[in-house]
Design a protein. Structure first.
Length: 142
């Protein structure tokens, strides 16, 4: 019996806040040296997703036990028995993020949302311990 894998995440974390503060400092510096306001506005648009995460502070949870995989985020809740999973596919994208797609017994696919995923190496190990076949695909275009 393996230890349950429980991963919780929230939007208001140290990395997001530090990144947002760094972006504001850079924008303030650019403003101080006379950068055109329309350029500052375009650059400021890149901070909007981080600002929304800090303000809303969405909470997510991922759980993997010996018989069930489940997750919950602001838009979706899912619970899936491990017996329905044929295999899990880990795809490394060109931005080095890893997406996990579950192929079910009925040949349908279910992608684990990126905001609920635990670190992929830990998830891969936990799925393997529970008898779920995993496969890795690196840098595929399609």
């Amino acid at each position: 019996m393996a230890t349950p894998l429980i991963h919780r995440n929230q939007g208001r974390n140290r990395a997001t806040v530090c990144g947002l503060i760094a972006a504001v400092v850079v924008l303030a510096f650019l403003n101080a040296i006379g950068t055109l306001p329309w350029i500052l506005a375009i650059l400021a648009l890149f901070t909007v997703p981080a600002a929304i995460d800090v303000i809303r502070n969405p909470k997510t949870e991922f759980s993997l036990t010996d018989d069930t995989l489940s997750w919950k985020n602001s838009g979706q809740t899912a619970e899936l028995p491990l017996t329905r999973i044929e295999h899990a596919r880990f795809d490394t994208r060109w931005d080095f993020s890893v997406r996990v797609t579950l192929r079910l017994i009925d040949q349908s696919k279910l992608r684990i949302p990126q905001d609920v995923m635990p670190p992929h190496a830990i998830l891969n190990t936990a799925l393997t311990e529970r008898g779920v076949t995993t496969e890795r695909q690196h840098f595929r275009v399609i």
